[in-house]
Design a protein around this ligand. Sequence first.
Ligand code: ADP
Length: 747
Amino acid sequence: MISPMGDRQLAGLLSALAEAPDFASAASYLLERVVDLTRTKRGCMLRIDSLQDALVLVASHDLNEAPKSGPSLADLSNPLVLSALSLSAVADAPGLDTQGFGAGPWSVIPFFQPRVRGAPPILPAQQATEIASKSGIKLLALSERRLGTAPAGVILLSGTIGADGLAAATDLVSLASPVIARLASLEEALEAGERLRQQRERLTLMVDSLPDPVVITDASNDIIAQNQRAVRLLNVQEGDSSGRRRAIELNNLLFTSFLSRAVMTGRVPGSESPRELNLVDPDEGHDLLFEVLAHPLGERVGPEDAVLSVLRDVTDLRRAANELERQVLRVRLAEQKATGERDRLNLILENVADPILVTDERSNIILMNDQAEQLFETRGAEPRSRREIQAVQGNDTKVTSFISEFALLATNARRERMTLQHPATNRVFPVEVVSGKIRNDRGEPIAIVSVLHDLTKEVEVERLYEALKRLNSELEERIREATADLAEQNARLQWQSQEVERANRLKSEFLASMSHELRTPINALIGYTALLLDGVLGEINARQSDALQRGRAAAEHLLALINDILDLAKIEAGKMPLHPESVTLKEVIQEVALQVEPMVRKKTLEFRMDVADDCPVIHTDRTKVKQVLLNLLSNAVKFTNRGTVTVEARCAPGGVRIDVIDTGIGIRESDLHAIWEDFRQVDQSRTREYGGTGLGLSITRKLLDRLGGSVAVKSVYGEGSTFSVFLPLRVPMPPFDETPPISIIKP
Ligand code: ADP
């Protein structure tokens, strides 16, 4: 028989429980008391762990095998769970031996707690009864359910307990439950506090270890929390240098004004995009750039309008971004330049008349202009013939082998002459290949540019030049030879001319002296013949007279001839001095006219004289002018059989002109030159008829030469002739050469 506890005992127990230092010792104490009260030997206590949602062991008495954690609260068919949640004791609970609690019989007594947040609800009585009957669990009378209570756990007792004992134990437990529950919740609160502290420390450590400053500010922009990095930027520490202090003051100003600006612009913190904030590094002194991410915290974690600002240090990022931007710009510029260069290069390539090839470092053609394509491209606009393809391959072999050799050399440029074949025309032509290397920044050759210059013209010009040079030297040689010949001939001619001149002079001298010697005997002949004919030396008969007349005529002709020869010889020998004086032409012409007058009359010709009144007086040798005019007039009369002989005198520029015009036999055009030569008579048969020596015109010309004048003739054969004389106003006076003849030949 178990007797319930007395009040004193109960008060002692409750007071002992209240004084227990912690929940575990209170739980052990209560368990011992309940074991004592029920006189059972073993028992344990399990508490609802709201976090694990299960029953967990909190104390045990002589029940070492009891499992640390009991069944889950969801397992309502478990007598421990059912008892705990329905707040009803269970006698003789089944199945607990299989759960590790050892052999029964087992009795279960629930205990409760005030209904606090997180406490499980009480299982409704009806539901509990149904579950119990289904599971074969004998629920005892449900204990009185107090308002505001909630299940808290169970006490498990081993051994047979009578109904009274169980009721007494249940009462005791329900009395002790609030105290136990308070202790449990206190312990939980302590544990939770500890956990919170640890958690806070972890968070603080985490936030402090952030490289970005994190700050929480209130509505008036005062900092209410911040991490280590923010402290370093915004808080003055003891022992800080004045420089650091100034930097921190400046940072505070900048940060506050940044926050104020955010408020003034009316932006809801957190809704705006990140904004930039410039601060100063208090340690290093250089500028820092932050991107501020602001989050409103709300009432739950701080005062109203508190804002969490995360300052992301973007100094390096911005620097890198700027650098990147610059790089991009530089690359773009370089790209533009390269594009421009390429376009320019293409333009040049397309506009250069010479074929141009660009090859890579392995001598593969990577670029060529149209002109080069005609030589090196097997696929032309038109399909190429076999012959054309062979020509292209031939060209390719020659040029690429040249380029490959060049690629192996260290030199930067190379030129060589070769012949290529034009595939379209089959023409073989000489070219000069000029190649140059293009190198990269490290000086490695990356491409070779080759220009092929068509040398056809140059080679032709060279050939022509060589031929010309050869011809030139041949010509020079010939000229040299000819010049030598000429010089020789010249020397000979000069010698001959000297000889002729000398002979001529000797002849003239000889004639001059011989004529003189001849004239005297002829004059004697003429004189004596005249005496005989006149009968001074006695009467002569008709036959004698005829013979004498013939003799006299022959002598007179001989005299005339000798006189002419004498004159000519004198002129040629330079022995005819000039005696210039004032001469009135009219007078001279009249005198000459008188001389020819008998002849004119004899031939019944008409004689006309027309001397212009303005004819000036000229300064000349009167006798020689008379001789000239006499010669011309005698010829005119002599070679005219009918008609007129006219003498006209007119003023002419620088002198006077005298024309002797006849209507005589005229002179053939072919003879016009010959009449001026010595002893020249145009028609021997006719001149025999007219007489004469053939010296008259020659003398006339030489005399006029001497007088500084000239004579010309025009004539129409069979119609007449005109001889025109020009006389200067004043006879020129060259130094008179009176050099005596070299030798005088006397008979
Ligand atoms: P000649 O003493 O024979 O006249 P010239 O020297 O005076 O010698 O003349 C040379 C020749 O020119 C003449 O023989 C004559 O044939 C010709 N001749 C000269 N004057 C005339 C003229 N007025 N008419 C025709 N023939 C002339």
